[in-house]
Design a protein around this ligand. Structure first.
Ligand SMILES: Cc1cc2nc3c(=O)[nH]c(=O)nc-3n(C[C@H](O)[C@H](O)[C@H](O)COP(=O)(O)O)c2cc1C
Length: 205
């Protein structure tokens, strides 16, 4: 089974070593995030936000909060991928453009909100889980888009969430779910690591 999309997925690896001289323009960063935000979100909540850390000063600030990992400053950009706690009251506003585009009938909107309230109202663990799921889908879409354009990337959890939250001005309902470095790879990165056999991770019922 192969095609260009599968090739992109199969050939991705975590990038540790970046070409420090390579940059991405703000337009390229914008496009990357725009493509990433076509990833699915629960009830179309789109409860994510991305801070593109791309100046030398901001990257140095972030690296100090990210276990001094060199990739944070070496990569062209390091995204702080943010998930917002799921909030059902945002659903009418999120769905308005979908109704406007003639995709969804207006009468369905209240039902989506009711179902979302069932899941998220007064359920902080669910709200947080959804924030993490949303940010992770967005990051994954960016990772594979980057790969398809010949750029390397690495999702990173090696950072101190509380100071990142404070230093980069995240709101009370925002979680810095992961950092995501993106840039041009240089020589010396590891080859793809073997995976556990599918028999170990797949259950067919
Ligand atoms: C949630 C998550 C957090 C990670 N955090 C870091 C990190 O802080 N620093 C790092 O160098 N790599 C990090 N990685 C990269 C993993 O080590 C890497 O993806 C894994 O070893 C598999 O290798 P591969 O991506 O090349 O297939 C992280 C990956 C994930 C999915």
């Amino acid at each position: 089974m192969t095609n260009p999309v599968i090739e992109t997925i199969l050939s991705r690896t975590a990038t540790k070593y970046y070409d420090k001289t390579a940059t991405l323009s703000d337009e390229q960063i914008r496009e990357l995030v725009q493509i990433g935000t076509t990833a699915p979100t629960s009830f179309h909540l789109q409860n994510w936000r991305f801070i593109a850390v791309r100046t030398a000063e901001a990257k140095a600030r972030l690296r100090a909060l990210a276990w001094d990992q060199p990739a944070v400053t070496d990569a062209a950009v390091t995204f702080i991928v943010i998930g917002k706690l799921a909030d059902a009251s945002t659903i009418p506003a999120r769905l308005a453009p979908v109704v406007e585009a003639g995709i969804m009938p207006a009468h369905m909107v209240p039902d989506w909100e009711i179902n979302a309230r069932r899941l998220y109202d007064n359920q902080p663990q669910q709200d947080r889980d959804e924030a993490v799921r949303t940010a992770t889908f967005g990051a994954a879409a960016i990772i594979y888009t980057a790969r398809s354009l010949g750029w390397g990337s690495t999702p990173m959890i090696g950072f101190d969430a509380e100071p990142v939250h404070r230093e980069f001005g995240l709101a009370g309902d925002e979680i810095p779910v992961m950092l995501l470095t993106v840039g041009l790879e240089r020589a010396g990165n590891w080859k793809q690591k073997p995976r556990r056999p599918v028999e170990e991770v797949l259950e067919l019922v």
